[in-house]
Design a protein around this ligand. Sequence first.
Ligand code: PMP
Length: 297
Amino acid sequence: MPEPTIKSDAHRDPLANWNGALMPLSEVKVSVLDRAFLFGDAIYEVIRIYGGRPFLFEDHVARLGRNLEKLNLPADAEAIAGRTRETIAASDVVEGIVYIQVTRGVAPRTHQFPVPAPQPNELIYVADFKDPYVSVRQQGVSVIVVDDMRWKRCDIKSVNLLANCMAAQAACEAECAEALFVDGNGRLTEGSRSSLFGVRNGTILTAPLRENILPGITRKLLMQLAEECDFPMREEALHLDNLSEIDELFLTGTTTEILPITLVDQRKIGTGTSGPIATKLYDAYKKTVDQLATTTG
Ligand code: PMP
């Protein structure tokens, strides 16, 4: 007799909340006329869950709200926040992520936003997540540099991620953890799915918030942690030509957390090992995560 197949936790069907109704993610059905399918007319968020609690939740909800406004999408971020909390509570996910996507909804295909506005489709799902970088977090990772060929509104967290997917694929084919985007002026903007930081002469540097990068939630936390650690910090883009002056380089992101980079296009950064500032900031990050377990609400 064949062995019964046991579904491993890592692959179990996530719990979804589809427009207010709880169901397994695999059972959610959506029309092909949804504008996310036709035009990528949708925004999203990814929130990390540690110990059953969402991390930096208010910041993510605030960014969701700003993106809804930027695209004139008539959905209510606070109502989505409430549903998200309910969905997390209804799941038994301890270490995981919440994915939220709001689309402009279903309407006959026209480029302009339909009038009257259709009901937005709101998807939330809660899934198990295992840190993919556990084994490399200490020693650091290699990255490649690719042309930033994205559109000019990367501040909007839209699901139009084809350039990001192509960059991530190129990194994957080069056996690297991430691809860094470089703009036409040689400035490094961010990663395909992460923010970028460097350290030069003891000062932490990161690209200023403009429409060419995503205002990362982890980026914001990193800046707070740097201040608490008394590390000098300046919003100044790193330049590809000046990487030899950089002592440390690291990525930040919701699922990336803080990840040191030791090789860029095969070139060593600093000593070629993860640096003391990134290490200290990662300790501070972990402490912030630990505090989540002791907060109420
Ligand atoms: N930049 C891009 C392009 C991203 O996709 C992400 C991940 N959402 C980030 C930066 C990091 O943002 P956050 O810290 O909010 O996850």
